[in-house]
Design a protein around this ligand. Sequence first.
Ligand code: F6R
Length: 359
Amino acid sequence: QKDGYRYFMEKEIYEQSVVVGETLMGRIKENRVILDELCGFDFSRIDAIKICACGTSYHAALSASYMFERLSKIRCNVEIASEFRYKEPLLDPKTLFIVISQSGETADTLEALKMAKKSGMPTLAICNVDNSSIVRTADATILTRAGIEKGVASTKAFATQVVTLWLLSLFVGTAKNTLDEEILKSEIRALLHIPLVLKVNEAKHEKIRRLSKRYLHGHGFFFIGRDVFYPLALEGALKLKEISYLHAEGYPAGEMKHGPIALADSELFTIALMPKNLLYDKMKSNVEELGARDSTLLVISPEPFELADDFIKTQAHSHMMGEFFEMMLMTQLLALEISIRLGNDVDMPRNLAKSVTVE
Ligand code: F6R
């Protein structure tokens, strides 16, 4: 069933264009986001959003928090489910409680959801498995339609989660009347373009395959980015460590000088996510500082970067999320190729299970 791909993870990376198309299907009509699943919610009574999740789903939640504040103008706060449960959180029935889960069975996420529900908060699940425990518990569910994900390292589920949350942020902005019509139109245009962005370019994949051999040894990786590229950096690092067993950390680029840069030397690899946006110059100086301390630099950007040891050119997208999804693809392929070169079992990495039903 691998359809000619070497691993399920590779197949799932290539499927992302199609499954994201399916996630969008029927949910956009005449410049409006249609989410019939939410007809039971009264958004005039909701003034904040809290999202709980684990692992990759937590990274999707973090990227969504930028969209909810920017597009829906609603306060949004994100927590790791296993932390949320034990902190004696203050739960407000005017806050919409969202959980995100591929499997719908993650124990900590499920228990966090039960706590929120018990406190009288409206609850929503973003989930890939219909009739899972999380779906059965939440007041409403938006299914992500990624199809069955076999690779333990999540790829297509993450892409569909982010797209679903983007749709939701537009829906909430419309429901609360906080989103300008013109912005809504341009967001929808950008959203509909994402399946195209997610088509894997074979030449780029080949380039990543070739350059991956440089990144097999050393004492670690920093994935750095700003804005939504920070959660993407976290996700890129998680993907790499899961299947390559190499030490990788994701950081907001602006945090390097607050400690982590002490680790920089020629044995440290920096993967810099550098979209050509308002923060480009700030990113540039963060990356230059790492280069000046001899870190090997792999820059992923539409703009060539002089100091880079390796450079993966992305397109200059008109919308930041176009760059987000293209860079997501590059970091997934990089993790895949490094893991294959190291001879690891990409689909069944050691010590990991697809569904974490223990706390
Ligand atoms: C990473 C990965 C895990 C899951 C996490 C939550 O590739 O798959 O980090 O994201 O265990 O799982 P779900 O989304 O099923 O709740």
